[in-house]
Write a new protein. Structure first.
Ligand SMILES: [Ca+2]
Ligand SMILES: [Ca+2]
Length: 147
């Protein structure tokens, strides 16, 4: 019997998981993966609550990170020149952690980096880095002032 017998054999198409009812938008994708390691594309409502608070925490951390950049550099272009230490046009994780140390930022580096690395390929491009500008534009929470 020929092992090649069976003309009907065809490659099995692996179906992508159905889109979760909780949409994992690009900003949340990396975090989403933490909570959905099996990749079934579903998070329960309870998990979503956890996700949401993690997400807020990461946004807060990035806000802090951007604050550090602000205090250290004149503008974000200068910050980028510093972050992309070897001027390769992208910041890898090593460059990121080195830069964090240099500016004295000891926040949660990995989640911040993962957030910035939107396409998840392991480096943050200048274009991906632009997202920090949105943290700039966020209204600063009003300080509790007398009067
Ligand atoms: Ca680089
Ligand atoms: Ca990237």
């Amino acid at each position: 019997m020929s092992p090649l017998r069976g003309s009907g054999a065809r490659a099995r198409v692996t179906r992508l998981p159905r889109r979760s009812k909780v949409a994992a938008d690009s900003g949340n994708r990396n975090i989403f993966r933490y909570l959905d390691p099996s990749g079934e594309g579903q998070v329960s409502e309870m998990e979503w609550g956890v996700l949401d608070s993690i997400f807020k925490e990461i946004r807060f951390s990035i806000g802090e990170f951007v604050g550090f950049l602000d205090r250290t550099f004149d503008n974000l272009d200068d910050a980028w020149d510093f972050l992309d230490d070897d001027s390769s046009g992208a910041m890898d994780y090593q460059e990121f952690t080195d830069a964090c140390k240099s500016i004295g930022f000891f926040g949660p580096g990995r989640p911040i980096f993962s957030y910035l690395d939107k396409d998840d390929e392991g480096t943050v491009s200048l274009q991906e880095f632009q997202v920090v500008r949105t943290f700039h534009d966020e209204p600063v929470p009003p300080e509790k002032e007398e009067q």
